[in-house]
Design a protein around this ligand. Sequence first.
Ligand SMILES: NC(=O)c1ccc[n+]([C@@H]2O[C@H](COP(=O)([O-])OP(=O)(O)OC[C@H]3O[C@@H](n4cnc5c(N)ncnc54)[C@H](OP(=O)(O)O)[C@@H]3O)[C@@H](O)[C@H]2O)c1
Length: 299
Amino acid sequence: MSEIESIAIAGASGSLGPHVLKALVDANFQVTVLTRSKEPGAYDASVKVVEVDFTSVESLTAALKGIDGLVSTVAAAAIENQTVLIDAAIAAGVKRFIPSEYGNCTTSPKVEALPIYAPMFKIKQYLQEKAKAGKLTWTVLACGAFLDFLFGRPILLDFANHKATLFDEGDNRISATSLPNVGKAIVGIFKNFEATKNKVVRISEVILTQNKLLRIVEGLRPDIKWEISKVQTSAILKDGLDELSAGDFSMPIIMKILTGTALAGDIYGCAYDETDNELLGVKELTEEDLKKLVDGKLA
Ligand SMILES: NC(=O)c1ccc[n+]([C@@H]2O[C@H](COP(=O)([O-])OP(=O)(O)OC[C@H]3O[C@@H](n4cnc5c(N)ncnc54)[C@H](OP(=O)(O)O)[C@@H]3O)[C@@H](O)[C@H]2O)c1
């Protein structure tokens, strides 16, 4: 019998959650969805859906009885509150917890003190303490930026308007992974219970730079003239932190702190030269795959 047969997922209705849920169902695990509300609730018929109160250890413990593994894909704003989920997982006898984090620079010690990342470090520390006491095991999945987001939004290149704002000189290296492959890697973690125990594992489908993408688009469509500008990530980060300390907690300020770190490249460890791709079943994109992806955006 394998260690993990039944898995619960929290946050299955979001951007990442449905991809993780699909991968778990496809891998034939018995899956339970923990949700704040069953509405609208278009889940696969094989999935058990339980409404829970994420602020109550009792409510979560009851829902987690008989569950071997718990993966959280809850929203960034709910990351800090995962201590309640962890306490409930321990009370219910869950063996492995994968916290919601899924970033590129989120495990770099350089971001530990920054406001948006601090809750992730708090959760990692909480998990380490619980694991040391033998209460449960954990795995953090660092997956780089979501590839779907990088290509679906004008972040690295604005494909629709043929514009690019280069971060620094455009050579910042950023690991990226598609949402379905993040789901696949979660399955890989549960299937490789010992090899992924109490550690950060890394996946990276591709390492991108803006200049690399520009070379590809220019090769594919030499007729298109791109409008290029430049910004310094250190200046964006400083702006964001100054505005935050002046009391502005709005989304544009959070985005500045994110941009100034997650797109700043190697300074914040945003590109993974060493990965757990093979262990977790993630295939890297070839140059041809990347070209096709870019070509699709130019069409
Ligand atoms: N690497 C990247 O590029 C990247 C990009 C975006 C996000 N992320 C990370 O990926 C993870 C998931 O992000 P996402 O964008 O998929 O999240 P999301 O869509 O904003 O939310 C996911 C789900 O979390 C649940 N949720 C929301 N508020 C909650 C609360 N207060 N307590 C408990 N559950 C709550 C909801 O599910 P129910 O309504 O069913 O309860 C929601 O559908 C986060 O850790 C985020 O930091 C990484």
